[in-house]
Design a binder for this molecule. Sequence first.
Ligand code: PGD
Ligand code: PGD
Length: 834
Amino acid sequence: MSFDKTKITLPEMNRRSFLKSSAMLTMVGAASGSLLTRGAQAQSGTKLTMSGSHWGVFRGRVDQGRLVEVTPWEQDPHPTPMLQGMMDSIYSPSRIKYPMVRRAWLEQGPGADPEGRGTGDFVRVSWEKAIDLVAGELTRVRKKYGSNGVFGGSYGWKSVGKFHNCRTLLRRMLKTTGGFVNSLGDYSTGAAQVILPHVVGSLEVYEQCTSWDVVRDNTKTLVFWGCNPVNTDQIGWLIADHGAFVGLEEVKKAGIRVICIDPIKTETCQYLDGEWLAPRPQTDVAMMLGIAHTLYAEKLHDEDFLKKYTVGFDKFLAYLIGKEDGTPKTAEWASKICGIDAGTIKQLARDFAKNRTMIAAGWSIQRQHHGEQAHWMLVTLCSMLGQIGLPGGGFGFSYHYCSGGTPTATSPILGGITDGPAAEVTDLPAGCHPGSTESACQPKSNAIPVCRLVEALLHPGRTIKYNGSDIVLPEIHMVYWAGGNPFSHQQNRNEMVEAWKKLDTFVVHDFQWTASARHADIVLPVTTSYERNDIEQLGDYALSHIVPMKKLVEPMYEARSDFDIFADICERLGKREEYTEGMNEMDWIKSFYEAARLESRAKGMEMPVFDTFWQSEEALGFPVKDAQKQFVRYADFREDPLLNALGTPSGKIEIYSLNIEKMHYDDCPPHPTWMEPIERLDGPTTKYPLHIASNHPIYRLHSQLCGTKLREKYAIGGREPCWINPKDAEARGLKDGDIARAYNDRGQILVGIKVTDVIRPGVIRINEGGWYDPVNPREAKTLCRYGDVNNLTTSVSTSKLAQANCGQTAVVEIEKFTGSLPPVEVFIEPRKAG
Ligand code: PGD
Ligand code: PGD
């Protein structure tokens, strides 16, 4: 493993000049023809193979069929140390080698001994047998319960690549063979992405931000509100480009004032020498209201902006100044809730109004009870400041994700495999015909809000509200997952374990023995993306290159690609041709490239023929126009709000929403509102004294890479780390390196203690994504030996509007663990598998 060129260790930034990267394989305008320039690696004569990952572009060196070295791409401005874990994911002892079936399920049939899930008693079967079992069970369940008996929402991450997109491939198989229940939304921005279309007319959370260059040149105060790009921009949904690190370095060089509002003094705050304000978690809306009240009281708000570009400020104002409920939301009022002193809150209002202020908000502030309010209130606050659409002012909701703010290249959109023809609605109530407008004849829901699967299993037939509509939770008997790790991402693990007992069958495709695979009935081993060919774009926002993702090594053991597995299942069900469309891996990859080539030509650029591209071992680069480098979010709206009206009913920013008013939800009023979450630090009804920040991990992508050697970089006593303030540690007799038990009414986990003053007293940090390792899976609320934080979080939804997850809502107590320490067992094959 060679990382000599980069030497980065978080939280430090890589100080080498990011901008020096030489042009490698670059695509130029048609006028000058197609041009390929060889990169330094190729010139040296060393045979390295290029591929890509969520952690960046890299070159792999293979010796005698084994990947022995991974080198980050020369043009990556800030390679992440996580790339080191990637190689180990191929060879780690947590690799799934063969198709496996849970013994009780195999011998006694679907639904047998549900308490035995997770005990690791698996039997190895042949691929032939495994495919028969899956195809047979799909047929049985659909015949008995209809297509709504099968859940294929399969939420979660996957590997990069336009072809081996496992979740899409799963849906394609399920659609082709007879339908399924899908999922709505995601865990990242579940609340914000439902409320923001009512407020600004788009999802906003995944929109491009004002460019870093514009921020550097215009912003005077840069606020990171629950936002930690130094950590979270390490990865990409597509291949990570790490452009945000260039932007952050520029911000630092420019000496821009940085304020970080976060219970943790983040890596970003430390790198940028930011001013750290640490409110109580889950109280951001109150703090924002305190700032808003000061703006109004001191006449610092921008009346012209509010009049011209927003609707409903008058109604919100009645709430803000207390006309509506008798409580003015003053800085003093806010201070009591959020714990930041009133003077500071007032000063923030003055400073924000006086200077060009950009508020970069992360997403944890909406991943909590009533999370819809946070982003709505932030838009409202920025509307009062009146800087939205001005260079360097307003808000950006994606600076921390996939390097938002990195200018977008003029490139074609690379297509990918689709989930096939539109789903047929098959589950109409008896006696109804398709297209009937009778309300009794509306199809039973075939999509549920993504985090409500557990609720559906526990309460089939229950009607829940969702963004103005009613959804009847379906009766699900079979759950199929390919891409994603529900036994990591879902909140309230013990409730989930109980819900899973209702299932007949749980099928999982993965390459590692995750907790989900361990709780499955049928486990199918898939290839990693380093054992197959694919193609992908670089940078979700940058879209700067097309990257050949070339197979590095042959599939290990009996692993097969998701595509091949699904094609075989379709064959058993008589649908192979429909599924594959008669094409293999390389046919599909070429077809995506060729379509991009045509689009590119229409844009006046000439891409090389596929074979030249594929054999070049280089990424194909696209130009970035100056206009993109100078991009200002909402500049067009500001310039002409009629011509560039927003997608809201009024065409303006909706501080009061009539649409939401019509929904009459008691937990999501029609204007931004402070509402107590069900539990919080020092909250009125809170039972436990410490809040858990279940942040995104520094050396993992959720649970991905937890099963690799990278764990040695952070695990404490072999357990997931728990950061705790010295005061809280002392009060509990805890010191660095201790193993402790964190617990509440929902569950209990072991963690390794790290005492640090970069965390607010009253808050502990246990990152999400630690692998669930139950001591005794048959025992209710059993101890998790490794430290999966979702044993402790609540599964309550944000509100009736978004029904999103509240991963950041959890209070706990923690104590030194004095019993005999159970060894961690989750990072090897299940013991009884054979
Ligand atoms: P990952 O660990 O990325 O987590 O939850 P998610 O389920 O996405 O899971 C991806 C899985 O896909 C891994 O097991 C990986 O091995 C597998 N995989 C990768 N490539 C392939 C492939 O080609 N084929 C197949 N079949 N499998 C593959 C993440 C979710 O967690 C998210 S997105 C968020 S934002 C939430 N965050 C929090 C949080 O902040 N706090 C808490 N408490 N909980 C959270 N949960 C959520
Ligand atoms: P988090 O780490 O959960 O990241 O991006 P997101 O912004 O949600 O939280 C960001 C910051 O919010 C943390 O510093 C945390 O302390 C702070 N915070 C927590 N609660 C509160 C609060 O109540 N108020 C305030 N003011 N701050 C709070 C997540 C994004 O990251 C997503 S959704 C995904 S899918 C990706 N996941 C990963 C990952 O797993 N690992 C890495 N390294 N990078 C990722 N990037 C992406």
